[in-house]
Every structure is written in C-alpha cells, then in structure tokens.
Design a protein. Structure first.
Length: 320
C-alpha cells in the first residue's frame, strides 16, 4: 500500500434507474465544547448513500469524519438550528427518533465496525459475534418479570387460600384476617418464585440459543467464512488483531443490517492484514451490502465506489 493511489472519481456513467438513497446527511452541523470554548466540527455537511454503494469518507485526523459516521449511525445527534439539517434513513429522520426507535435502528438497520474492535473480553468469539441478536426487546424485557410476578403471586395466593382452609377449617373465609394473611404471604412467595423461575428459564434459553439456536448457526457460518471456525470458544485476548477485527465485522453483520458503518477498520492493523479485511468487506459489498467507511488513508479509500472528502467541516466529492 505504499504506491501513490488514484482516488476514484465520484462521476459515474448515468443510470436510467439509479438505486434509491438509503442513508443521508442533509446540512448537518455538530459542535462540541472544550471547557467554555465551542468547537464546530461539522458545518453544513451533506452526503447521500445509495443502496448497494460503498462510500469512503476521507479526511485528516480531527476533520470530523468519525463524528459524521456516528451521526449517520445514530450514536450522536446533530445540532439543531435549521429545518434542513437531518440524518435520514430511507426517508425517516433518524435524529428525531425516540429511544425505542433509535435502539431498533442501531441494532437492526446498521452495523458498526470500529478501529479498536470493542469486543467484550469475558465473552468468546461466538458470543461476541452473536451480541446484536441477544439484545432483548425493551418492552418484553420490562413486561415479562411483571407478568411472572403476577402469575406467581396469583398461584401462590390460591395455594395459600386452600392451605388456610385446611389449617383453619372453621374460619369465615370472607372475614377472617388470618385467611387473608396466609393468602398474602403465599402470594408474595409465589411472586418471588415466579420471577426466579423466569430468570432461570431465560438463562437456560440463552444458553440454548448460544449453542444451537438459529442465531448461533448464522454466526458460526459467518465466522467460518471469515476463517475463524477454529476460534469460536477463544476469548478476544487469545486472538490476533486481524482475528479480532474479523470477529467485530461478524458481530456487525449478525442482525443482517442493510448498511455497514466502518470507522477506520484497518487503522490498527498492519498493511497485509488490512488488505485482508478490505478484501473481506469487498466480498460482502459485491453481494449487495451498503458500506460507509471512514479512513484517513487514500489507499484504503480507493476500495470504495465513491470517495467523499471532509474539508473545513463540509463533505466534498473527490474528483480524479
């Protein structure tokens, strides 16, 4: 990668039926504060990404390219101030999503690859690759414990009621406070047991999913395709840099997103390993994956269909 690259022109042969725009930044701005000093990173930055396209965002360190990628991925929100500024995915304004919509977008619509991998050290390669599939639905996660407590409490109260009748055969069911106390105690115990049984069931179910569920089969197939079939049970600390990045890419693809957002995916790798990672991305791109990749290296950017430079906080189409 030492030869002087030729940046690809953004001009392409006119297409009678171009692919639709799936991701767009329209006039976005982003300002951070260093103490009391505001620092404008992006200024009216705009970019369109069409379905099936590989776009490289090229810029020097500190130019705002990672910030733009984070905005596109919903990891951060742009400044507000004009009607125009927005991040849109398939026409919907991501920057106006509520938390539930934003979580679904980040987990299902886009996949992230970072320069420093961000693998969880306590999990195996397979478990790391499956992480997006293991994120529970927030509504279900919040509702199931309540349902378990209600069902368990009802069953416990019923058991307490019949047990009370056996202990207090002459009691007036309608008025005797002892019957109410017995039913209440059994109800509380039943609720606790219900929640515990739910948690045990969730742990067992997760283990089954990790070992033989459809998510495990899909992640295993991806890892084997990436040459990591013999590393499924290894921890990240036992992997090389290239193996960690391949695991991170497998994780990004686990939920089958339509768009892959890659932030300097080769920046922490040697040249040969970096080329292997880019070849892997190219194979997925050739199969239809949309990729937005941030890089400071023109040689890496040359893999993309189109290159956009960030200059003075604005996105500028690169020319040959």
């Amino acid at each position: 990668m030492n030869e002087e690259p030729k940046i690809k022109s953004s001009k392409s042969t006119p297409d009678a039926d171009p692919a639709p725009v799936v991701l767009e930044a329209a006039g976005v701005r982003k300002t951070y504060r260093l103490g009391r000093v505001p620092v404008r990173v992006l200024e009216d930055a705009s970019i369109e990404v069409r379905r099936g396209e590989w776009v490289a965002i090229l810029g020097a360190s500190g130019s705002g390219k990672s910030t733009l990628l984070h905005l596109l991925g919903g990891l951060d929100r742009p400044d507000r101030g004009t009607v125009r500024d927005a991040i849109r995915h398939e026409g919907r304004d991501v920057s106006r999503f509520n938390n539930t919509e934003l979580n679904h977008y980040r987990n299902r619509s886009v996949g992230f690859v970072f320069q420093f991998y961000h693998l969880l050290p306590e999990l195996s390669v397979l478990e790391n690759a499956m992480l997006p599939c293991l994120v529970p639905n927030r509504w279900i996660a919040a509702t199931l414990p309540l349902l378990a407590a209600l069902v368990g409490g009802g069953v416990g109260a019923a058991i307490g009621f019949f047990a009370g009748e056996g202990v207090l055969p002459d009691a007036d069911v309608a008025t005797d406070p002892k019957m109410a106390v017995i039913a209440a105690v059994f109800g509380v115990l039943g609720a606790a047991v219900g929640v515990v049984l739910l948690q045990v069931g969730q742990v067992i179910g997760e283990r089954i999913r990790l070992q033989s569920g459809p998510e495990a089969a899909a992640s295993k197939a991806t890892l084997e395709e990436f040459g990591l079939g013999h590393r499924l049970r290894h921890k990240p600390s036992q992997l090389s840099g290239g193996e960690r990045q391949r695991t991170a890419i497998a994780r990004a693809l686990a939920s089958e997103p339509g768009i892959l957002l890659a932030d300097e995916p080769t920046g922490n790798l040697d040249a040969a390993t970096g080329r292997d990672i880019l070849d892997l991305l190219k194979k997925r791109h050739d199969a239809g994956l949309t990729i937005v990749m941030v890089t400071h290296d023109p040689n890496v950017a040359d893999y993309a269909d189109r290159v956009v430079r960030l200059e003075d906080g604005r996105a500028v189409e690169a020319t040959a």
